[in-house]
Ligand binder design. Sequence first.
Ligand SMILES: CCCCCCCC/C=C\CCCCCCCCCCCCCC(=O)SCCNC(=O)CCNC(=O)[C@H](O)C(C)(C)COP(=O)(O)OP(=O)(O)OC[C@H]1O[C@@H](n2cnc3c(N)ncnc32)[C@H](O)[C@@H]1OP(=O)(O)O
Ligand SMILES: Cc1cc2nc3c(=O)[nH]c(=O)nc-3n(C[C@H](O)[C@H](O)[C@H](O)COP(=O)(O)OP(=O)(O)OC[C@H]3O[C@@H](n4cnc5c(N)ncnc54)[C@H](O)[C@@H]3O)c2cc1C
Length: 667
Amino acid sequence: MSRWIQNGDNVDITKERKNATFNTERMSAWIHGGDEVLKRRREILDYVKSNPDFKDPIPVEFLSREERVSNGTRKIVKMTDNTDQIDGADFFGEGMYFQSLVMGRDLHPLSLHYIMFLPTLQGQTDDEQLDEWLPKAIARSIVGTYAQTELGHGTNLSKLETTATYDPSTQEFVLHSPTITAAKWWPGGLGKSSNHAIVVAQLYTKGQCKGPHPFIVQLRDLETHKPMKGVRLGDIGPKLGINGSDNGFLLFDKYRIPRKAMLMRYSKVQPDGTYIAPAHSKLGYGTMVFVRSIMIKDQATQLGAAATIATRYSAVRRQGEPVVGNGEIQILDYQTQQYRVFPQLARAFAFLFAAYEIRDLYLRLTEELTHGNTELLPEIHALSSGLKSVVSWDTAQGIEQCRLSCGGHGYSQASAFPEIYGYAVGGCTYEGENLVMLLQVARYLVKAAEETRKGTSNLAEICGYISKTGRRTSSLTSIANYTTDQIIEDLEHVARKQVFHAYDKLKKAQQHVKPEDAWNQSSVELAKASRWHVRLYLVKTFLKKVDKAPEDLKKVMIHVARLYAFDIISSSSGNFLEEGYMRPDQITEIKEGVYECLAKIRPVAVSLVDSWDYDDLELKSVLGKRDGNVYEALLQWAQNSQLNKSDVIPTFEKYLGPMMKDARSKL
Ligand SMILES: CCCCCCCC/C=C\CCCCCCCCCCCCCC(=O)SCCNC(=O)CCNC(=O)[C@H](O)C(C)(C)COP(=O)(O)OP(=O)(O)OC[C@H]1O[C@@H](n2cnc3c(N)ncnc32)[C@H](O)[C@@H]1OP(=O)(O)O
Ligand SMILES: Cc1cc2nc3c(=O)[nH]c(=O)nc-3n(C[C@H](O)[C@H](O)[C@H](O)COP(=O)(O)OP(=O)(O)OC[C@H]3O[C@@H](n4cnc5c(N)ncnc54)[C@H](O)[C@@H]3O)c2cc1C
């Protein structure tokens, strides 16, 4: 047994846990939404652990692509055979947790079936279509994906090339891919697994193009699973991450589908070809809004996992001997290490709490839409797009910081960082490339600025700060007395200033050049305005959540929330110093605030990450193991390498052996 192990666990990590100033169970319950939620998480975990069907033969890092797809398919079928173990209506909570425990971060051939195919059927079909398709999809007698992006067009939906031309003589649509760039490209599970898809195509009726619309399309024969005649499809090959998913390509050759294959909850084509427009032109984009909103929790979970791994490893890793003779110290004691890791932990919390807010808002939207009210759409589109962009970017950067903080072992797949990064960073691109989505937020902010300038503003609460008359200088006196209201006031100032800076730049440019050029020339500043708008929202949400926490938890979490805010301010100090809003000494105070927060978090860091309630099964990281016995586990993990199957590998006999033998003979 290693000298670092006592009673099974690493001694350092045990000591860290003894430092906790709060009850980790109470903290976990608060983080995850209450005792009942925590209890359910434990039940789901026990169920998954006790079921041999969910076990991987070896860590997935050692599997080939084909083995990954096969293993993932096996597990997701078993998992969805057992959805009675969870509350199926709670996709955001129990659904995502269950799938994370069983499937890990590789995704799988049913990902898109659950994330987009089913939600599109629920959101976009008329009653008759819902009755026809939903039971089949829920029962999994058909498996579907969401095929929108094409080789030539992803962001700009208005230029998708796949056509769906209505033929009233047969009451059918003819699906066609007129060019190579019209090939659908990327949809998850499309390559080899799905037999149906929601295909987004340009609708033509009575000779007119009505823009992109969703159709439900059978792609493969239900018995043989061979592609239907007129359908060509396959896998697009290995990717940076999610290699358990067969993302695919798809081309149509004048493929006929019935009129009722067009999803007709909002837009309709009547038998004679007459088109009926939806109440709001973007209602057909609803599934994207749904996914953007669930992505926030998913990203928070990935960043929380990375921070957990880095924190636990930093507690057991000893390196450097500041006082010679006293032994090497835990790397978690270095301020630089804390500065690298703790802000990632703070971000993960901020994102998780924002995820709860966007979930609630999305549920409100769904309710409103059932009454035909589309008023909330622009707000939720702007918020989900903005959060998706800022959160996925910060998550990717944060995971990388956590990886770097673990030194060489962070580079090994044993750490799980490559898997976490490869999985999470996709979120910067899918569901709308981040910069494009920030520019969507900017359109919303420009309108708010315009209203304010006209003096007619009646802004939604979320952008109410834009029309406020703020202070000319920050009221910060000392970090100890820097209140939540003051922090928010200072962030509001910078966000508002950036919104008007971008707005004025745009308006000025509009006087000289065409509107589209003016937009383009202002777009960097517009995107910056969007980022500040979202950061402000994240800070407010986090501080508000902590404000309402029970006293024993608040005492700890307030340092985490303040670290999140101070880190944002100090790393963008230029924005706060502009026009003397803050003085350099105030920035120095905030930097000191960062260091104070790091010092406050240090003693409870391991307990804080424990409170996220990741089981080893979910973390899938040798470095992040709860018991802290990383060295033994690393040695054991390496035994899975295919190269270790024999002491001498064939390549040696073929190349290195003869080379050295030859060289020896010449000496
Ligand atoms: C029983 C339980 C079982 C459990 C099983 C569980 C399994 C669970 C499995 C996994 C769970 C894990 C969850 C993790 C999730 C992560 C995994 C994800 C996997 C990957 C999925 C990826 C899928 C995709 O990527 S699909 C493709 C997405 N594509 C895009 O997003 C394209 C982006 N482009 C656009 O959205 C648009 O083109 C646009 C918005 C950029 C522009 O659109 P346009 O051209 O039509 O716009 P206009 O310029 O004409 O008009 C702009 C105008 O419209 C407003 N607007 C735009 N969009 C919307 C909207 N959605 N709503 C409201 N308004 C909108 C915009 O604001 C403008 O308004 P103005 O008033 O300013 O004019
Ligand atoms: C892992 C993964 C899974 C995916 N799954 C699916 C799926 O299941 N179904 C599906 O349909 N699609 C899927 N996609 C596709 C994804 O939705 C698109 O890649 C995404 O919408 C971006 O489109 P694009 O690739 O065409 O990028 P582009 O739009 O070509 O973007 C390239 C660059 O151009 C910039 N740019 C583009 N337009 C503008 C603009 N108007 N203003 C300023 N800059 C601009 C972008 O910011 C970016 O830097 C997936 C993608 C990935 C990576």
